[in-house]
Design a protein around this ligand. Structure first.
Ligand code: F6R
Length: 367
């Protein structure tokens, strides 16, 4: 049931302070700073850590969740990490080896492209790992091991709480995989501390951004096209924000790595196109500030997502949405919340079918 909410999507957006907690329950011990994931036994951890590489293969929002955790897998593991869009992977039929670990991430566990890619990797003899939300789904049955998201049933076609729980569960996985490194202990503890505050941060974020986002939706209602910029940890955020906005509003929205701006996309900037830029605090903040200046210099009207007061960003931006600050590698999970809400508010204002956008299905079981 939708309870007091007008749509499942809104309910699922608001549920996230709870669902991220449910994804950690029984898995992360905040006191002893240890992670236990049912699927990641000692033997399975060894298999992954002694593999040739890790290949993440999925579609849509699930692929964006993989992209969101990629920098942390790069940082904490001594392995090459690759990301594959399942349909493109199938088109290319690339090399996969027996000592590869192929990770399939899927809310439904039934997405046809992801399943076909799994079968391809199975034939190559690779180790198959699954992160799905659906117990008994094809992907959870066909993989050698893995973990469930435990975020509860997601009804809205546009994925919200599954995205944030995918980030949480894959974060737990990388913490478990790196737990014998003493060198990495301070960083791992920093991430675990942030995970222990995550539910409260999500709740605070929902409170902080709601009125701002409603007002912004009114202003963006007539936009013909929207750009979303980010880089580093926020590259995944800009892709996922753009996916949410386009599927809910039917308005062309593009997520662009701001490092690519001057290689083409700058030509799109004028006074009419709304440009949302992630400027939350991390090692790339100076580059985010420079992106906002580049947009301003072309008469653009940037909308900045910030996590602490920032004079330069505030002076350059037309609009500011402030969110709580968490550890850099989890900030994407917080940053997506105002974007899910913006997509929702715009869809309602436009009279679109929020829980079932046109031409889309919850589980894409055809190729
Ligand atoms: C977007 C969305 C889709 C799915 C994609 C993969 O909001 O829901 O992009 O993420 O179809 O679905 P799963 O995760 O079930 O494999």
């Amino acid at each position: 049931s939708k309870g007091p909410y007008a749509h499942f999507m809104l309910k699922e957006i608001y549920e996230q302070s709870e669902s991220v907690m449910n994804s950690m329950r029984g898995r992360l011990n905040f006191q002893t700073k240890s992670v236990m994931l049912g699927g990641l036994s000692e033997e399975n951890v060894y298999t992954i850590n002694s593999s040739r590489r890790i290949l993440f293969i999925s579609c849509g929002t699930s692929l964006n969740a993989c992209l969101a955790v990629r920098p942390t897998f790069d940082e904490l593991l001594n392995l090459p990490i690759a990301m594959e869009n399942a349909s493109d992977f199938l088109d290319r039929q690339p090399h996969v080896f027996r000592d590869d670990v192929c990770v399939f991430v899927s809310q439904s566990g039934e997405t046809a492209d992801t399943l076909r890619a799994l079968e391809y990797c199975q034939k190559k003899g690779a180790t198959l790992v699954g992160f799905t939300n659906t117990v008994g789904s094809s992907i959870s049955r066909l993989t050698h091991f893995g973990s469930h998201l435990n975020c509860g049933v997601e009804v809205g076609v546009a994925s919200t709480k599954a995205f944030t729980s995918q980030i949480v569960v894959m974060m737990l996985a990388v913490l478990r995989l790196s737990d014998d490194s003493r060198r990495l202990a301070p960083r791992r503890h920093e991430i675990m501390d942030a995970l222990s505050r995550l539910s409260a941060d999500v709740a605070e974020c929902l409170r902080m951004v709601a009125p701002k986002v409603k007002a912004l939706a009114q202003r963006l209602l007539d936009a013909k096209s929207v750009l979303v910029l980010g880089r580093g940890y926020q590259f995944a955020s800009c892709l996922e924000a753009a996916l949410k906005i386009k599927e809910l509003t039917y308005v062309h929205t593009e997520g662009i790595n701001s490092g690519e701006l001057k290689h083409g996309p700058l030509a799109l900037i004028d006074e009419n196109i709304p440009v949302i830029i992630f400027c939350t605090k991390d090692a790339h903040i100076d580059r985010a500030r420079s992106a906002i200046q580049q947009v301003r210099a072309r008469k653009g009207k940037p909308i900045a997502i910030i996590s602490e007061r920032d004079e330069e960003v505030e002076a350059a931006a037309d609009d500011i949405i402030q969110v709580p600050q968490t550890v850099d590698c989890l900030q994407a999970l917080i940053n997506i919340i105002p974007m899910q809400m913006l997509a929702y508010e715009l869809a309602v204002l436009r009279g679109n079918n929020v829980d079932c956008p046109r031409n889309l299905a919850k589980s894409v079981t055809t190729q």
